[in-house]
Design a protein around this ligand. Structure first.
Ligand code: PXP
Length: 242
């Protein structure tokens, strides 16, 4: 069964809508841990639209499961990451005008920049993952950087028209997960996963972890973070887990 990383960014999105103190993502992390989260994930964006530096500092001291920091491959973020020392950093592409991360990092097209960034983080004792599309060229390039892990972008699967396009996107993820494992990479997945589309992804052979945010935070508004994480854990565990 893959681990469940719970991305709590959008708790901070609600707080930032009013630039106030609530809801606090630190509370959300505690609730997610109670529900069985194996990892807390946050994305510190350059524009600070949701998670703030203060959140990262407090979470680093209070989260008791693994902590995964998503950030762009830029000097400011790498410096913050090296100071904060999360268990893992996932390098993602970032454009200010995007609503959310729109695709994987072009590792093949930026090999020396990404390799230098991976090295800098590894020298600080941080495990590194690269958020990439399910594409053979990107997988090979990811391996060349020295990163231990990849996170496969599941957005194409999640946003595909139901039917043949969904099946095709799922098959691409299956093939990429196999290729990643064959290359000796740890294979994670995430983006756009929901209570209704997660089961086939969770069943992909060899996946280490799933990172899920928006859907869990959305569900938590109605039933609470702890229960929302419990429900997702049950789906990730699969139909035969009891
Ligand atoms: N994984 C990565 C690398 C992401 O950038 C995001 C979004 O921040 C997620 C997973 C979670 O995506 P979602 O909020 O759609 O579950």
């Amino acid at each position: 069964m893959p681990r469940l990383g719970v991305n709590i960014d959008h708790v901070a999105t609600i707080r930032q809508a009013r630039r106030t103190f609530e809801p606090d993502p630190v509370w959300a992390a505690a609730g997610a841990e109670l529900g069985g989260a194996d990892q807390i994930t946050v994305h510190l964006r350059e524009d600070r639209r949701h998670i703030q530096d203060r959140d990262l500092e407090i979470l680093r001291r209070t989260v008791t499961v693994r902590m995964n920091l998503e950030c762009a491959c830029v000097d400011e973020m790498l410096q913050i990451a090296c100071q904060t020392r999360p268990d893992q950093v996932c390098l993602v592409p970032e454009r200010r005008e995007e609503v959310t991360t729109e695709g994987g990092l072009d590792v093949a097209g930026n090999l020396s920049l990404v390799t230098d960034s991976v090295q800098r983080l590894m020298d600080a004792g941080i495990e590194v993952s690269l958020f990439i599309d399910a594409d053979a060229k990107q997988l090979v390039a990811a391996k060349q950087t020295g990163a231990a892990a990849i996170e496969l972008h599941t957005g194409t699967y999640a946003h595909a028209e139901r039917g043949a396009a969904t099946a095709r996107a799922l098959e691409q993820l299956v093939v990429a997960a196999r290729q990643g494992s064959d290359l000796g990479l740890l294979v994670d997945a995430g983006h756009g996963l929901t209570y209704s589309n997660v089961i086939p992804v969770a069943a992909i052979h060899g996946l280490r972890e799933l990172n899920i945010g928006h859907s869990i935070v959305s569900r938590s508004i109605f039933i609470g973070m702890t229960e929302a994480v419990r429900e997702m854990k049950r789906l990730v565990a699969g139909p035969f887990s009891g």
